[in-house]
Design a protein around this ligand. Sequence first.
Ligand SMILES: NC(=O)c1ccc[n+]([C@@H]2O[C@H](COP(=O)([O-])OP(=O)(O)OC[C@H]3O[C@@H](n4cnc5c(N)ncnc54)[C@H](OP(=O)(O)O)[C@@H]3O)[C@@H](O)[C@H]2O)c1
Length: 372
Amino acid sequence: MIDDTFAFIIHPINPRRDVSRKWPIVGKVLTEGQVNFLSAYFPPVYCSQIDGVRSEANGRELKGWFIACPFTPRRMLELPVSMVYDKIVACGRMAERLGARMLGLGAYTSVVGDAGTTIARRLDMPVTTGDSYTIAIAVEAVRKAADVMGIPLTAAVVGATGAIGSVCAQMLADDVGELILVGRRTDTLNTMREKCENRRAIVRSGTTIDSIYNADLVLTVTSALEAIIHPQHLKPGAVVCDVARPRDVSKQVADLRDDVLVIEGGMVEVPGPVDFHFDFGFPPKMAFACMAETMALALEGRYEDYSVGKGLTVEQARAIAAICARHGFKLGGFRSFERAVTDEQIARVREQAQVNLRHWTPYAIAQARGDL
Ligand SMILES: NC(=O)c1ccc[n+]([C@@H]2O[C@H](COP(=O)([O-])OP(=O)(O)OC[C@H]3O[C@@H](n4cnc5c(N)ncnc54)[C@H](OP(=O)(O)O)[C@@H]3O)[C@@H](O)[C@H]2O)c1
């Protein structure tokens, strides 16, 4: 008999591709617009049972469930927020009926509105957005990638005024010589700068993506619906950790820039013989950090709200990282555009960066493509 249980809410990002994961024929027959339109009338969708998550600290085992909220990020922004809350709460009620004792809000269901506060108030079960462990793992991934590439000098955080980005920025300010904060609004950026000052880094800020050109490390975590980082924005040798879902980094970066390394933020190895019984695009045993936070809280027996609201803290990120490490969760290997990153690939990127740094300018690649 397993007492510790959780549920995690996922949602489609690419409507046709993601709907096909559950219903291959529906994904083939309907257009993207039709899937988006019909999603407003869909109830929550039961996806799968999750078995085999086992703590390395106390041997406790978990049972869990994936439940899909049928809205895409675009739909969540278009519809009245109260309607989106109602749907997420309906997913939570399904989780309660299944027997879940802890609920995780995946990707955009944690971004919308007040980041889980209303959802937590309306449900009888505790809720987490999973954002604190997302922060801890993103920062760890950036630090590891910097070690591998040998470039711990200048870092940039894109989306530095957001719930996740602001804490990542504060943590990276202890590590690097220069930190560039990128956001859209000068007033909130100034507040963030104050929070990051008096640490190791000299802190600068900018309101355009061009501000990241001098960065060796870029951690990007905006809630933009389309890619905002393109080939011409990156310096040769840059490492970019893309935590955003949908992604912030355009696919063209992978196609055109063999001198930068883009890694996905947030992939975590789960302890125990875990089977998700559902393909969400990761290799076996790997989960998003926000899923891992939900599982770790249940393994710890901490059935209380965590990472709810926009005001997350460095302390929360460090505390959940310690809990996750104790139960055996750890950073998964690097992945880039859904493929594992090999040592050979890293060596090639480093080599090409050395060559390109001799003659490269920010707009060289865009000009070569005829964009400028
Ligand atoms: N990988 C994972 O495990 C995981 C887990 C949780 C969340 N996420 C993802 O993380 C991202 C951020 O989540 P969050 O909770 O930090 O969101 P948030 O608090 O809403 O912050 C979003 C940030 O993005 C900025 N932004 C929004 N649209 C933009 C645009 N078009 N161009 C430039 N900047 C833009 C916002 O700027 P303003 O302040 O000007 O609005 C803000 O700084 C989302 O994509 C979410 O899906 C990933």
